[in-house]
Design a protein around this ligand. Structure first.
Ligand SMILES: [Fe+2]
Length: 142
């Protein structure tokens, strides 16, 4: 079995905003819990689905806060960014539904998706609105 990669928080994950970084750290913590669960002795797909939906619930609240923040910044790529969030929500919701079906996706497939998505999104997309904010010297709280 291919070993899943935990995400270890580092400077490259910081977008330069402490509150948003804390949200992202929490999401990464839950992702790492999914790996512990999969590699531990007590794995069940229903427990995996439960933790994944916990991650989804938190991600939804985080996206909501982030979207409000981008609106307050009048961020020009708001619509595109929200589109990324919507794609994620749809994809993870489908994983969750299918995990309880008779043909569940492999947990590795789910974890690979989460790994790629969050790393790319935080380091390449979220950092863009924060750079926009500092380039324009906007004072907007998250
Ligand atoms: Fe985002």
């Amino acid at each position: 079995m291919e070993k899943n990669k935990k995400i270890v928080w580092g400077n490259s994950h910081s977008i330069g905003n402490k509150e948003i970084d804390n949200d992202h750290k929490h999401i990464i913590d839950i992702y790492n819990q999914l790996i512990d669960l999969l590699e531990g002795d007590h794995f069940t797909s229903s427990e995996f689905a439960r933790v994944l939906s916990e991650m989804t619930d938190y991600s939804l609240r985080h996206f909501q806060r982030e979207e409000n923040y981008m609106l307050n910044l009048s961020y020009p790529n708001y619509e595109q960014h929200v589109g990324f969030h919507r794609d994620y929500i749809y994809k993870v919701a489908m994983f969750n539904v299918n995990l309880m079906s008779s043909t569940p996706p492999s947990p590795q497939v789910v974890l690979n998706f989460l790994y790629e998505w969050w790393n790319f999104h935080i380091m390449r997309k979220d950092v863009e609105y924060e750079n926009f904010k500092s380039d324009n010297d906007y004072k907007v709280d998250y």
